[in-house]
Ligand binder design. Structure first.
Ligand code: AMP
Ligand code: MG
Length: 338
């Protein structure tokens, strides 16, 4: 990216002081960060400024990855996981706020969204097909409980009540990073943009006079869409059992873990949440995936700013009241090839 930027900045010098005309354009960029593809697309009056804006978004994602990835030894979260059972660990204001938001969503989803899932979650390796034994799961379940996390507001610190508790912000961090990216673009005066990080996207404004069209993948057919949503100024997050998984003896082991069982939540194939910002749609999509269709839809219908599209484990699609009124999901079978 830096090399491409250099090229663009040199161009006006080559023009020998001539005033270079501004060229309004859609500019897009893509990079692998946080274990997923980050995409950004902005409309800018000046293409080179648009590219600089995209680079600032990618930089922000890289910064958050260094801070929030449990597998980076020097990250803030890795330090907390190493020490917080022994003593309160001072943390940055940003990390503190993210923990606070996570705990709020644990309460709201009655413990379905729970970042201490990582107490057992770190024993799964989806690429290598590794999962914990039944004995390990049984012993670890008591360590999965968001109430084991104690936040100390006075000196901005965190401690864990028991040895063996671990946290992982994988269910909320990408949404948060998307929101941070959008805030950076807004500061630069950008009015039309999209940032997506795997299953979490946010749209700033519309696509210049028409809505953005955001597809919801059919869970069992990579090539097909379960639905397409015309949206502007919204965030959309999808959690699916097809994103990271392996199969063994006919059972699908995927990355969304039920805190009650320590195993992959199995009542749904995907949950899509639409709302005002990606931090909240991200936490809700993961939490509702665990909660299931009935309790999950009831929760969304109570929350004014949020809508949901849920595909259950038979491939049947349902929508929250606000979307049903718009006619989304009228064909209630998702094109899922089951
Ligand atoms: P998403 O794709 O946003 O649903 O995020 C899935 C990620 O959330 C997983 O890869 C885990 O890092 C994390 N996760 C899994 N189960 C839970 C859970 N019950 N509560 C919170 N985060 C979870
Ligand atoms: Mg999520």
């Amino acid at each position: 990216m830096a090399d491409r930027l250099k090229g663009l900045f040199i161009l006006p010098l080559l023009l020998g002081g001539m005033v270079s005309p501004l060229c309004a354009a859609w500019v897009s960029g893509e990079e692998a960060i946080m274990g997923t593809r980050i995409k950004a697309e902005v409309w800018h009056e000046d293409e080179s400024q648009g590219r600089a804006a995209i680079e600032s978004v990618m930089q922000e994602f890289r910064r958050l990855d260094r801070k929030l990835s449990p597998s980076i030894e020097t990250s803030e979260i890795a330090q907390v996981n190493r020490k917080a059972a022994d003593e309160p660990v001072p943390i940055s204001a940003e990390f503190y706020q993210l923990l606070k938001t996570s705990l709020r969503y644990s309460t709201l989803t009655k413990g379905a969204f729970d970042i201490t899932f990582a107490s057992i979650g770190h024993r799964y390796d989806y690429r290598q097909g590794i999962r914990p034994s039944s004995e390990q799961v049984k012993l670890t379940i008591p360590l999965i409980d968001y109430r084991h996390i104690r936040l100390v507001p006075d000196n901005s610190a965190v401690s864990f009540k028991h040895a063996g508790v671990r946290i992982d912000l994988g269910g909320i961090a990408k949404g948060y990073a998307v929101d941070r990216g959008i805030a950076l673009l807004e500061k630069r005066g950008i009015r039309h943009a999209l940032i997506s990080a795997g299953g979490d996207s946010r749209l700033l404004g519309d696509h210049k006079g028409r809505p953005w069209h955001i597809g919801i993948q059919a869970p069992r057919d990579k090539q097909a869409m379960a639905a397409v949503l015309p949206l502007a100024d919204s965030a959309v997050s999808t959690s699916g059992d097809y994103e990271r998984y392996f199969e063994s003896d006919g059972i699908r082991y995927h990355h969304i873990i039920s805190p009650d069982t320590g195993r992959s939540a199995d009542s749904l194939q995907s949950v899509t949440i639409i709302g005002p910002d990606a931090t909240r749609t991200d936490a809700l999509s993961t939490g509702i995936f665990v909660l299931g269709a009935e309790a999950g839809m009831a929760l969304i219908n109570r929350l004014e700013a949020f809508e949901a599209v849920i595909v259950d484990n038979q491939g049947k699609m349902s929508t929250s009241d606000g979307l049903a009124n718009l006619g989304v999901g009228k064909k209630s079978k998702a094109a899922n090839g089951r």
